[in-house]
Each structure stands twice: as structure tokens, then as C-alpha cells.
Design a protein around this ligand. Structure first.
Ligand SMILES: NCCCC[C@H](NC(=O)[C@@H](N)CCCCN)C(=O)O
Length: 573
């Protein structure tokens, strides 16, 4: 250490922020993998023969073990018993194992393998769970979707465990210092991960003109290897810190069953946990379908191959502009001089507008939707700072819910009217997505820092684990429900696929068509069906979640006033 007065690693600002960078980069990579298939739902339908229900079931599997096998609760116990660095390594390894299984399911080698055959015939339900309607598999689910679901379940355990571990790690390194800014920065980088995924997943899938969905998943797997390396480096920093402080590990809040009772008896905790599950259920599951929703509503016309806007290098330029938006916006938080702060913000906003223009010119739903997490990258730390100094967390939760309702209703009822007006449609889509991005900054920036005001410091880790668990119930259920509502409200599309499958099957049996020709016809119809869904009802369902979150927000504000919880008070007095 440069300064001999510094006693431990965490006393050095540089070391503290390096520790945060390692944890946040690991989360950045995990958030990329989390949504790796979301922007290529249309390709999964056309290349792997999935339908919306298979896609929704597979996506929902991510939270299955956390919710029904209570893995998140165990993760909390492991974290409190074994400490941050061990749990970080464990979560990194679990994420990687799950990702490798998912990669195998999507890989070309899986097609026609014995494993595919076995999974086609077996694992049609889990005894007991099927009766309850919570089985992550069903009869007729494509084998690749079943195996991908198994991989995604394991990944889901790792990523949620990592989420709790990183939060606790930040508390360990930043307690009494710039903790809210550190948490906001970590979330901002995670959002950048989602934006990166929206651009690079389709980019890799379509690289060089030939479509390969497994290439996107391979990209995610490589990133998870990097995440594991980040956790390994963090392991040594954390160990060094403990050697310096003389602490064996964080033992200040061990998980005890009696603590759960204490947490569950707090009305404020319940209101925040319910608001969290309602709000996040209308965001994360939506994110998995948003690109397809835009494709279905905007009738985008991909630029001709060989034209300037269709070139792969434009994607890279657009990503660099995205990094400028994020870096300038993020840096503005640290500028002491007001002029410099505003200059950074102006650079960030101008870059954002350039980014939006490029997204329009490329007619790319993925690039258009990528501004959603991008705005959150820009303003989550700013709002976190606001909560730290000015408070108003409960009001921000209410405002965030109102914006959520307005956005989902606009997607449901206004966007479909703009399909024939290419510029109008894209402009409305951009504005709505940006407003949704603002909502997605308001709620997380105020919700997560409010939890320490609701429970004793000793049980904060357990409280986060419980909120994550309750939230995961919604994150499991809603992708599934969106898929089902989508299929249910678009019966003619499912019938179209069934009809072409039957017609081509008969033609092949009669010797009038080769299997290749039949597959090509099915793929062509599937491709057309994939961009023809009417998303009105799934979106109305998500808006209804926003309405419930809004009323809970009002109730929380009233309870806060009555009980003096201090949610409207600044964190730093
Ligand atoms: N330091 C704040 C941690 C919470 C961030 C929050 N993430 C979650 O709530 C995860 N449980 C979500 C996992 C998503 C699963 N698809 C966030 O706002 O990202």
C-alpha cells in the first residue's frame, strides 16, 4: 500500500474499488448469461423447434430450485456459515456447471444424440409437482428445452447465491463508507451486462451470415469462466483483508431459524418483499420477451445484406457508443466540479441519442431494447446518491410503479397501432423503453437500500435472502404465464405450425418431399409465426402487477409514516 497510515486493504479507496470491480464484473458476466436466449427467442423457435410455452418454461426454470427446493434459503445459510469468499467461489462454479449443461442442450451435437432421444421420451413431468402445476417439464416439451431447463436451474442457484454474496461482500468492504454508491454502481454494471447481452447474443448467433444459436450460449459460457476468475482473485483479496483485520470471516450475523420469525413479523418487511416480487415480476420476465414483442409490433425491416447498416462492424460501433453513454454517465457521479459533472452528463445523453438513431437505422429490435438497461446504468447511481442524501425512497417506489403501468399499457395498446408507421413506432418504442428504464432505476435504487431500515443489522443477510426467495417465486411464475397467455391468446399461430408440421409429415411419408425440404418449410412458417404474436394480454397482465405494486407503495408510505421507519429520510444525515 502506498500510504503507510492505511491499516487494511479496505482502508485504501483504490483497493476497495478494485474489490468492488471484481465482484461487479462477475455479476456483469452473470447477467449476460441470464438473458442470453432472450433476444434470440425467434431463432430458438425457428432453429430448435421450440414454441412460446417451451421457451417460457425453460426461462422459468432458472428460479425453480431456488423457489421449490428452497435453495436460496440454503444459500443464505452457506453464506453466513462459510463466509463471502468461499460462497463467491461456490456460486461461480455452480453458475459455470449450469451454463455448460445449457450449452450442450443448444449445441448442434445434441441434435440426434441418444441423450436427445432419451429426453424426448422421458422426463415429461416430476411426480408430485405436475399435480401442483409447478413441474418445469411437460409432455411434448422439446428435449433440448428440457436439458436447457436443467442447466438453467443449476445456473439460477449459482446466480442468486452470487447476488446475495456480492451484496454482503459490498457491506464487508464498504460499511461506513460509500456503500450506497457502491451498490448502485454494482447494479449499474449488471444493467450494462443486460444491454451487452441484447446486442451481442444476436450478433454472435448471426455472425458471418450463418445462424448458430449455440454460438451465443458459448459466448455466455466464456464470460462465466471470466466471472469465476474474478471470484478467485477476489478470494485472495478477501483472505488478505481477514488476515489484516484478524477476523476469521464475517460472523456478525449467522443465520438462525429464529431470525426468520423476527423478519417475518415485520409488516414493513412484508410490504417491501411483496412490492419487490410484484415489480420485478413485471420487469425481468418481460425482459425475456421484450425483443420478440418489439419484432411483433414494429414490423421492422432488416436492412439489405451488404448495406452499411447491416454490417457487423456497425454493431461494434454501437456498442462502443453504449459504453460511452455508461462511462460518461457513471463518471458524472464522481465529479466534484459541477461544470464537469454536467459536461459528462451531456456527453452521455448525446451519445444515447446517437445510439437510438443507430438502432432505428439498423431496424434492430435487440438494439432498440438495449436502451432499457442503458438508461438504468446512467441513472441508478445518481438516484442512489439522491436516496443517500435526500431520502424519499417510498415516494420513489410509488413513482416507479406508476411509470411501469404507463409503459406496459403503452406497449399493449399504443405500439400495435404504430406498426405501419416505421418512424412513429420506433420513436414511441424508444420513449416508452426509456421511461421504463427510469422506472427500473427508481425502484431498485430505493428498494434495496431500504431493507436495512426494516430489520436489525444482525439479520440483514437473512432478510435479503428471504426477499430474493419471495421475488424468485414471481420470477419463476411469470415467464411461464407470459408464454401460456401468449399461446392462449394467439391460438391461430399454434394451429398454423401444427398444420404445416402435419402437411409436411404426410408429404414426406408419401415420398413427395425430402426431410430437408419439409424441415425448411416448417422453419419458414415458424420464422413467420415467431414475429406475428399479439402481446396485448401478457402486457395487460404485467400492467396489473404494476397497479398492485402501486397500492402496496401507498400502503408502505402510510406504514412508514405511522411507525416512523424512516423510509423517506435520507440515509446520510
Ligand atoms: N445489491 C442489490 C442486489 C439486488 C439487485 C437486483 N437483483 C435481484 O433482485 C436478483 N434476485 C434478480 C435475479 C434476476 C433473475 N433473472 C437487481 O435489481 O438486479
Amino acid at each position: 500500500m502506498a500510504n503507510s497510515n492505511l491499516k487494511t486493504l479496505r482502508d485504501s479507496a483504490a483497493m476497495r474499488w478494485i474489490a468492488l470491480l471484481l465482484l461487479a464484473l462477475a455479476m456483469f458476466c452473470s447477467y449476460i448469461f441470464m438473458d442470453i436466449l432472450s433476444p434470440i427467442k425467434d431463432l430458438m423457435l425457428s432453429q430448435r423447434g421450440w414454441d412460446s410455452t417451451a421457451f417460457g418454461t425453460m426461462q422459468g426454470a432458472e428460479t425453480f430450485l431456488n423457489v421449490f427446493v428452497f435453495f436460496l434459503i440454503f444459500a443464505g445459510i452457506i453464506l453466513d456459515k462459510m463466509g463471502v469468499r468461499f460462497t463467491a467461489l461456490l456460486s461461480g462454479a455452480v453458475m459455470l456447471v449450469g451454463a455448460l449443461i445449457k450449452y450442450y442442450a443448444i449445441a448442434d451435437t445434441f441434435i440426434g444424440s441418444d441423450i436427445e432421444k432419451w429426453f424426448t421420451e422421458n422426463l415429461n413431468y416430476i411426480p408430485g409437482l405436475d399435480e401442483l402445476g409447478v413441474s418445469p417439464f411437460y409432455k411434448g416439451m422439446p428435449a433440448s428445452a428440457k436439458v436447457a431447463a436443467i442447466g438453467f436451474m443449476i445456473f439460477g442457484c449459482g446466480v442468486e447465491m452470487a447476488g446475495i454474496t456480492v451484496s454482503r461482500g459490498i457491506v464487508k468492504w464498504f460499511k461506513g463508507r460509500e456503500m450506497a454508491l457502491a451498490m448502485g454502481s454494482e447494479m449499474a454494471l449488471a444493467r450494462l451486462g443486460v444491454a451487452t447481452c441484447m446486442i451481442f447474443s444476436p450478433f454472435f448467433a448471426k455472425l458471418g451470415g450463418n445462424v448458430s444459436v449455440s454460438r451465443s450460449v458459448a459466448f455466455g459460457v466464456v464470460l462465466l469462466m471470466i466471472a469465476l476468475i474474478m471470484f478467485i482473485v477476489y478470494f485472495f483479496m478477501d483472505k488478505k483483508l481477514d488476515e489484516q483485520t484478524g477476523e476469521a470471516e464475517e460472523k456478525d450475523g449467522p443465520f438462525k431459524v429464529s431470525d426468520i420469525g423476527q423478519i417475518l413479523s415485520s409488516s414493513g418487511f412484508w410490504l417491501v418483499a411483496l412490492l419487490c416480487v410484484l415489480y420485478y415480476s413485471a420487469i425481468f420476465p418481460f425482459q425475456k420477451y421484450a425483443v420478440n414483442m418489439l419484432q411483433c409490433n414494429l414490423h421492422l425491416t432488416t436492412p439489405e445484406k451488404g448495406s452499411f447498416w447491416a454490417d457487423d462492424s456497425v454493431t461494434i460501433v454501437q456498442y462502443v457508443i453504449m459504453l460511452i453513454v455508461a462511462a460518461a454517465g457513471f463518471a458524472s457521479n464522481f465529479m466534484k466540479k459541477k461544470d464537469l459533472k454536467y459536461a459528462m452528463l451531456v456527453v452521455s445523453i448525446i451519445s444515447l441519442l446517437v445510439y437510438c438513431y443507430m438502432g432505428y437505422m439498423r431496424q434492430s429490435a435487440e438494439a432498440i431494447f438495449a436502451v432499457f438497461p442503458l438508461l438504468a446504468v446512467l441513472i441508478t447511481p445518481i438516484l442512489g446518491n439522491y436516496v443517500d442524501h435526500k431520502g424519499k425512497a417510498a415516494s420513489m417506489l410509488i413513482l416507479g410503479s406508476l411509470l411501469l403501468i404507463a409503459c406496459h399499457l403503452t406497449f399493449a395498446f399504443v405500439l400495435p397501432l404504430c406498426g405501419n408507421s416505421p418512424v412513429g413506432g420506433v420513436v414511441i418504442a424508444y420513449i416508452t423503453i426509456l421511461v421504463l428504464g427510469a422506472s427500473f432505476s427508481l425502484v431498485p435504487a430505493s428498494l434495496w437500500p431500504s431493507v436495512p431500515k426494516l430489520v436489525e443489522p444482525k439479520i440483514i443477510g437473512s432478510a435479503y435472502a428471504l426477499i430474493f426467495w419471495i421475488q424468485n417465486i414471481g420470477l419463476w411464475l411469470f415467464p411461464l404465464l407470459i408464454g401460456k397467455v401468449l399461446e392462449g391468446t394467439n391460438p391461430e399461430l399454434a394451429a398454423k405450425i401444427k398444420a404445416i408440421k402435419e402437411t409436411t409429415k404426410h408429404a414426406v411419408e408419401a415420398g413427395n418431399m425430402t426431410i430437408q425440404e419439409a424441415n425448411a418449410q416448417v422453419a419458414a412458417v415458424s420464422e413467420n409465426v415467431a414475429v406475428s404474436y399479439n402481446y396485448t394480454w401478457p402486457l395487460v397482465m404485467l400492467a396489473a402487477l404494476g397497479v398492485a405494486a402501486f397500492f402496496l407503495g401507498l400502503l408502505l408510505k402510510a406504514v412508514d409514516k405511522k411507525k416512523g421507519i424512516g423510509l423517506e429520510e435520507p440515509n446520510i444525515k
